[in-house]
Design a binder for this molecule. Structure first.
Ligand code: SF4
Length: 65
């Protein structure tokens, strides 16, 4: 088997392993919106809501200000 075949197979195996690890560590609370004080249709009009992963407007429900 040539190196041109082995390397993509190794890369695919590593990617699959990383995906399985991420799925195994899933805690069911990965979206920022789940813990954001603006997570309601009146306070947030972003299309990413309620599944934002990155958001500059994020404010924790626990923040005082
Ligand atoms: S401000 Fe960002 S994190 Fe908060 S609810 Fe809206 S989209 Fe989600």
């Amino acid at each position: 088997m040539s190196i041109e075949i082995i390397i993509p197979i190794i890369c695919a195996a590593v990617a699959a392993a990383i995906t399985l690890l991420a799925a195994w560590r899933w805690q069911g609370d990965r979206y920022l919106c789940d813990t954001c004080r603006f997570n309601d249709p009146e306070s947030c009009l972003k299309v990413e809501r309620p599944q934002a992963i990155i958001c500059k407007a994020y404010r924790s429900v626990d923040e005082q200000h």
